[in-house]
Design a protein around this ligand. Structure first.
Ligand SMILES: [Zn+2]
Length: 258
């Protein structure tokens, strides 16, 4: 039985002391992983680890929160060059995030996030790759993009889904999957979404080192813990754990052509 953590950041400094151990212990338990970049440097190191280990894949992107502090104009031009790499299976994370943005800054920040999103989504399409979307306090902004994305044939996953059931249904109708993290092990806000949407539209992920699931709360998260996300989905849907693992693995394979 195989699983895949469809969204983790094992290139982040949280793993500087034991990164290889973390990767190996996950692969030893047949848990593959997609290492997701959030800027130029972390996208490049995602490719580095994906090139070293089979079962490790890379996604390259620029996180919407980073438009405030980083030189996104030049970084996205570099990231564009990484997309064609054969270990890169998706473009992201890209998206919209208005969390902790001062109200008077919001319009300008969202405008920049839009430019980054449109640019990298278009490059994904040109390279026949899907997108990994980050949305925080910006669901309406993303939902408005869906018709245009659908028209262009751009799909992917909305990672760490935090919206409502109607949001999930709109996103799925546009051809996207939705990703669930360890948050669902301690926050029951999405139980109805998990129970209702087709299992064929769900991906599982850790977002490690963040969002550690129960029963590991208080510890650093890691890709292996995606098993807890699968277990929670199995329990909410009253479906065997093995079936959740199998279907969510197949979903990632299909979506990202793994
Ligand atoms: Zn992430």
């Amino acid at each position: 039985m195989r699983l895949i953590d469809s969204h983790c950041h094992i290139q982040f400094p949280a793993y500087n002391d034991d990164r290889v151990d973390v990767i190996k212990r996950s692969l030893a338990e047949r848990v593959d992983m997609i290492v997701v970049g959030t800027d130029k440097a972390s996208s490049l190191s995602a490719i580095e680890y994906a090139s070293k280990y089979s079962g490790v894949y890379a996604s390259v992107g620029f996180h919407p929160s980073d438009v405030v502090e980083k030189n996104w104009r030049s970084e996205i031009l570099s990231i564009k060059e990484y997309i064609a790499n054969k270990r890169v299976i998706a473009v992201g994370e890209i998206g919209f995030d208005t969390h902790r943005i001062a109200p008077d800054q919001k319009d300008a920040v969202v405008r920049d996030q839009h430019i980054v999103f449109d640019f990298l989504a278009e490059e994904a399409r040109a390279n026949n790759k899907q997108i990994i979307v980050h949305i925080r306090d910006a669901m309406e902004i993303f939902i408005k993009q869906l018709p245009a994305l659908k028209k262009k044939g751009i799909t992917g996953v909305v990672h760490c889904f935090s919206g409502t059931l109607p949001d999930a249904q709109k996103i799925i109708r546009a051809g996207f999957c939705i990703g669930f993290t360890g948050m669902i092990t301690f926050n029951h806000s999405w139980d109805a979404v998990i129970a209702t949407v087709p299992l064929e539209k769900i991906l599982i992920e850790t977002d490690a080192p963040f969002l550690t699931p129960v029963p590991h709360r208080g510890k650093r998260n890691e890709p292996l813990f995606v098993q807890e996300v699968a277990r929670t989905i199995a329990s909410i849907r009253e479906t065997p754990y093995e079936r959740v693992c199998e279907i969510t693995y197949a979903n990632a394979q299909t979506l990202f052509s793994l």
